[in-house]
Design a protein around this ligand. Structure first.
Ligand SMILES: [Zn+2]
Length: 531
């Protein structure tokens, strides 16, 4: 039986831009649109031309994307004609393949927010759809507050949706704008709507205020809707929008959907999904959610020894899908409860050949346990574990020694009489027979130390040129009688690979220094730097 086509509509650049702390530049928007296009997303909503200079500029130029590039905006204002509304005119001029109008579909909002009559609102929908169709654009209508509106006045909510469909809108999108509707309600209401408007013209736009935006989107599909709107990583106002990064693999890998539907994302693109998700976080300068379904670092991580030994025999025992299908990987955590099987599985993954009867494996396990007892957490620091393992097995060269370092923090008045804090780090490094001294100023002691340490490593400098720190996390632990500091540092290199290193000490500078050193040495090992 031929499969039905399900369409994906991404609104990361429009609704996702409402996220607290997110502020896309034009370059960000272009890069993200390209990424979504590569992924095979059918519609990319770029923004709201006329609402801000970035979006106006974005829609001033032609684009070269395969996706249906979509501009968002309001239907004509009440009491004005379509030809006499500057907002609508700007939208019609935008260089976009499609226009997505937003309109009220809840009579309460029509009266209170829009201060107009129900009839005028429907007329505005009709006029706007007609004007955009006349301009040769594909048209979508986002029915704002549709579900709440439907519960209050089903006849009117449906009349708004039908008006757009009758005027030739390709899609009528039912929005759960407040995000409070539950899946069974969504399924029931969409089921009613598709009796009046064919499901292959109905879309769902869910917000995540009860953490069910993904479930609501899938419920709408079950009821007959054939377009899903969402964002990468569930970006969006308040609790976010439906997360396409979770929806896509569910549609591709779960037979309930994959047996019946085709989407624009193919198998090869699906393998890039974890990368796409992390690339967006990178652009937003935030650490990826480790526990994100499908793509998170912990999504296929197993801790207990008994699970690890089963996973080594057959991964399907503890995994709902194969991690490689979405570009993720299996991870067996080395932890307090680590058994030999965890250690062996992790070594195998890293690519270190080891015999299970090798006494050094037992020694490695002992060291891990000792260190975790004083605050190390190797399950969160894969690179530090790898180094520890390689060192225990005698496979890490002694590239360089830091013979001394000194960090000085000084607060004083500058020439303008302002109070400033200045940090200076000096590091003495011995590489082979060469002794080097580097100094650097930083915005804090760890930053200064990092800059000084990476400033001059002599013959090894070229191997660490692309290394940068992307995240720094500190936690104070109460281990035994004294508080100790645990530092986790996340690094990235020119290939986009990320790794995490750890340091533990009563002194935060010491702990940071250990984690920094591990990161640099890990990069040297990774780059195959000669001893
Ligand atoms: Zn929304």
């Amino acid at each position: 039986m031929p499969k039905e086509r399900l369409y994906l509509f991404d609104t990361t650049l429009r609704d996702g831009a409402q996220t607290n702390g997110v502020d896309f530049t034009l370059a960000d928007k272009l890069a993200i649109a390209e990424m979504l296009d590569d992924l095979g997303i059918d519609y990319v909503e770029g923004g709201y031309p006329g609402a801000n200079p970035t979006d106006t500029e974005l829609f001033a130029k032609d684009h070269e994307l395969d996706t249906t590039f979509t501009a968002f905006g309001m239907t004509r204002r009440p009491g004005r004609s379509a030809s006499n509304d500057p907002g609508l005119a700007a939208l019609l001029e935008a260089k976009a393949d499609a226009i997505c109008f937003v309109a009220k579909s809840w009579d309460y909002h029509v009266k209170v927010a829009l201060e107009t009559t129900n009839e005028e609102n429907v007329a505005s929908i009709r006029d706007s759809v007609r004007a955009a169709k006349a301009k040769g654009r594909e048209v979508l209508l986002d029915c704002e507050h549709f579900f709440d509106g439907y519960k209050a006045n089903p006849k009117y909510a449906l009349a708004c949706a039908k008006a757009a469909y009758e005027e030739g809108a390709r899609w009528v999108v039912l929005c759960d704008t407040n995000g409070g509707t539950l899946p069974d309600e969504v399924e029931k209401i969409v089921g009613e709507v598709v009796k009046a408007i064919p499901g292959d013209h109905v879309g769902i736009h869910a917000h995540n205020d009860t953490e069910q935006a993904v479930a609501n989107s899938l419920a709408a599909v079950r009821a007959g809707a054939r377009q899903i709107q969402g964002t990468l990583n569930g970006l969006g106002e308040r609790c976010g929008n439906a997360n396409l990064v979770s929806i896509i693999p569910t549609l591709k890998l779960k037979p309930e959907f994959s047996d019946h539907f085709d989407i624009g994302v193919n198998e090869a693109a699906l393998k890039k999904l974890a990368h796409v998700s992390h690339a967006l976080d990178e652009r937003l300068n935030r650490a990826p959610n480790r526990h994100a379904p499908y793509v998170g670092e912990s999504a296929f991580a197993t801790k207990a020894g008994i699970h690890a030994s089963a996973i080594m025999k057959d991964p399907a025992t503890y995994e709902h899908v194969a991690p490689e299908t979405i570009g993720n990987r299996r991870k067996v955590l080395v932890s307090e409860q680590a058994g030999k099987s965890n250690v062996l599985a992790e070594l195998e993954r890293i690519g270190i050949k080891a015999d299970k009867d090798d006494p050094r494996i037992g020694r490695l396990l002992e060291i891990v346990k000792e260190r975790e007892a004083i605050g190390y957490a190797y399950e969160a620091a894969d690179a530090s574990f790898e180094l520890l393992a390689r060192r225990t097995l005698g496979k890490v060269p002694n590239y360089f020694d830091v013979t001394q370092f000194d960090v000085n923090v000084e607060q004083r008045n500058n020439a303008k009489g302002e109070r400033v804090t200045v940090t200076l780090a000096v590091v003495k490094v011995k590489v082979g027979d060469d002794n080097m001294i580097s100094a650097a100023e930083g915005n804090g002691p760890v930053n200064a130390l990092d800059l000084a340490l990476r400033k001059d490593l002599g013959k090894y400098q070229k191997y660490i040129a692309g290394l940068k720190l992307t995240d720094y996390r500190v936690r104070i632990l109460n281990a035994g009688t004294e508080a100790v500091t645990r530092v986790l540092i996340e690094s990235e290199d020119e290939t986009g690979d990320r790794w995490t290193t750890i340091g533990v000490s009563a002194n935060i500078i010491d702990a940071s220094f250990q984690a920094l050193m591990d990161s640099i040495v890990f990069k040297l090992v990774k780059s195959g730097a000669p001893a």
